[in-house]
Design a protein around this ligand. Structure first.
Ligand code: SF4
Ligand code: SF4
Length: 146
């Protein structure tokens, strides 16, 4: 298969765009998630991205969990190893709107817990501080020693 990057408009009749692609659509999956509205929601998303090779992005007002990972059926030459029995989601995916030539730019993209937390701090009311238990002693403040 050719590694030359061709434009969609350059395809000749009968040619398939996937022949020129590094199988970008077979190297991740993304699932829509609830739009976060609370600190707890952001805490959950923070946990998602702590695992590495994952991110959260927003596109057209929908939030997604993005998990990077090559499909186990992907062959070395970027073809599908189970083409005839591939899952329905792969069958319905079309080259018409695929990511072959997109720049992976999203409305929002978070790949670290710090990025998510900074965003939460900007859009949410201040995080409530844990209440002191009734009867908990007021500890004295120690002077700093120089
Ligand atoms: S559908 Fe698009 S992204 Fe997926 S392999 Fe084909 S050209 Fe690449
Ligand atoms: S099953 Fe085939 S088409 Fe579907 S993601 Fe895996 S390699 Fe790609």
């Amino acid at each position: 298969m050719s590694k030359v990057k061709v434009r969609r408009s350059d395809l000749k009749p009968g040619e398939v765009l996937c022949s020129y692609c590094s199988a970008r659509c077979c190297r991740y999956f993304a699932l829509p998630i609830e739009t976060p509205t609370t600190w707890q929601d952001f805490d959950h998303m923070r946990w998602y991205v702590m695992h590495g090779r994952s991110a959260v992005f927003v596109d057209d007002n929908t939030w997604y969990l993005l998990v990077f990972g090559d499909c186990e059926n992907l062959l070395e030459d970027n073809r599908c190893g189970i083409y005839l029995t591939r899952p329905q989601i792969c069958r319905t995916y079309s080259t018409d709107n695929c990511e072959y030539d997109n720049d992976s730019c999203y409305d929002k993209y978070f790949e670290s817990q710090d990025q998510l937390w900074e965003y939460a701090e900007a859009v949410l009311p201040p995080k409530p501080q844990p209440r002191k238990k009734a009867g908990a002693p007021n500890l004295p403040t120690l002077p700093l020693l120089s």
